[in-house]
Unconditional design. Structure first.
Length: 263
């Protein structure tokens, strides 16, 4: 049931975003959807199958197990449910923010995470362009965080839904009036804010790491308000890969291992 709920909400948000992109796009895309979408959506389908056969549902199950066995800080303190829900949502969101930074700084994880950044355009499908090994490592990391915290099981489901929905939203190529975007940024990550993170300029790639709420970037001083070029003109992706043709499904799966071999 947990998986059905998450997938239904994720699919609904995805459909809304691609419809919005079609009606009111923020940027003109120079690489067609026919070139990019089969790769990005192919990775998403492959990752879902891999997780279904391996670690799928582990986050929720680990929270239930921790609650039953009394593991974790919140369970030890017998925190009231309202507090455990808020603490779980905030702690997991900050944990993912930290993981994102480490994925850029630690070469072994960067070899996996760069698959996400090799997309030469930026839209809702970019949100699902991840290497399966990175997805699995992320799940194991979340399980560790859930057990140590004693996370609320229902809050874990809510967090997974929020994380997926927020990622689809802030990767989308939708046009939000700048005045509204500026106000939204005080609470959530907007597409214009996160697009800066996908810039080819290293100083901009190393910024705006958040996925859901924007406070972590502001508090940890990783926030960049505007790119050096305009939002509609800035180059997206990683510079070495912009000189190549769009990477296909199999090359993306092999990309991290090629990088390791070069090292």
């Amino acid at each position: 049931m947990e998986t059905i709920i998450r997938l239904s909400v994720a699919l609904g948000i995805f459909c809304i975003m691609i419809g919005w992109e079609y009606v009111s796009p923020r940027r003109v895309q120079h690489i067609s959807r026919k070139q990019r979408w089969p790769v990005n959506l192919g990775l998403a389908a492959f990752n879902m199958a891999v997780m279904r056969l391996s670690l799928g549902g582990l986050a929720y199950l680990s929270a239930v197990t921790a609650a039953g066995q009394g593991y974790g800080l919140l369970n030890r303190l017998a925190a009231p449910e309202w507090l455990s829900i808020i603490a779980t949502l905030l702690f997991l969101d900050f944990a993912i923010y930290c993981q994102h930074i480490v994925s850029h700084k630690w070469p072994l994880l960067w070899h996996l995470h760069q698959v996400h950044h090799t997309d030469l355009e930026f839209d809702a499908t970019t949100a699902v362009r991840f290497h399966p090994l990175e997805i699995m490592i992320s799940m194991l990391y979340k399980v560790l965080c859930i057990v140590l915290l004693g996370a609320n099981p229902w809050a874990v489901i809510a967090f997974e839904i929020i994380l997926n929905g927020a990622a689809t939203f802030n990767h989308s190529n939708i046009n939000i009036p700048p005045a509204i975007d500026k106000k939204l940024r005080w609470l959530i990550i907007t597409p214009d804010m996160h697009r800066i993170h996908h810039s080819t300029l290293p100083a901009e790639t190393d910024s705006n790491y958040g996925f859901s709420i924007s406070c972590w970037d502001r508090l940890c001083r990783t926030y960049v308000a505007e790119p050096r070029q305009s939002q509609t003109a800035m180059a997206i992706g990683l510079t070495p890969f912009r000189e190549l043709h769009e990477l296909g499904f199999v090359p993306l799966l092999l990309l991290p291992f090629k990088a390791l071999r070069k090292r």
